[in-house]
Design a protein. Structure first.
Length: 168
């Protein structure tokens, strides 16, 4: 069948063969292909009813992938919103995913920071700024970043005391 002759439903199914989509992505795709608003609404309702379009499932899978890449909740929220997932769906999926997987944002940020700091000879202002930029880029909140830097400074001070004790 020629692409130009596809029904809106066939076009939607074809669009879903490459990867999961959000309702908003599907709506925009079908609109860009020139299908009528009523036809788009009908197709989306059919795909949602059949379980082929599910923003909550999309968000959950996206969170799994994003957390696997050490991203923070703030960044994941924004990326899902950019893909058209409604804010209430994002918050529900985020809360459910974090609860089910025991995710603590501060602990995750601290783990990322410790990994980054292990290659650093000292933890001066420049190094702390580098860690803060990394955490911010990954989407961790400013509150968690400040807490992480305080924890790293405390750990560095403790190591320094241990070194001084054993050196004397």
């Amino acid at each position: 069948m020629d692409r130009s002759e596809r029904s809106a439903y066939d076009e939607a199914v074809y669009y879903l063969t490459r990867r999961l989509r959000t309702v908003a992505e599907m709506r925009a795709h079908l609109r860009d292909k020139g299908y009528a608003k009523e036809e788009i609404g009908y197709v989306i309702d059919e795909l949602v009813s059949a379980g082929y379009l599910d923003d909550y499932a999309y968000a959950t899978l996206y969170l799994e992938r994003g957390y696997g890449k050490k991203r923070g909740a703030r960044r994941l929220r924004q990326e899902l919103a950019d893909r058209g997932v409604p804010a209430d769906t994002i918050e529900t999926a985020l809360r459910d995913y974090e609860d089910a997987n025991g995710i603590d944002e501060f602990t995750r940020a601290l783990d990322v920071a410790r990994l980054a700091a292990q290659d650093m000879r000292e933890l001066g202002d420049r190094e702390q700024a580098k860690i803060a930029r990394k955490l911010s880029g990954l989407g961790y909140s400013n509150r968690d970043i400040y807490k992480v830097l305080a924890a790293l400074r405390a750990e560095a001070a403790e190591r320094k005391l241990d070194e001084d004790f054993y050196d004397s």
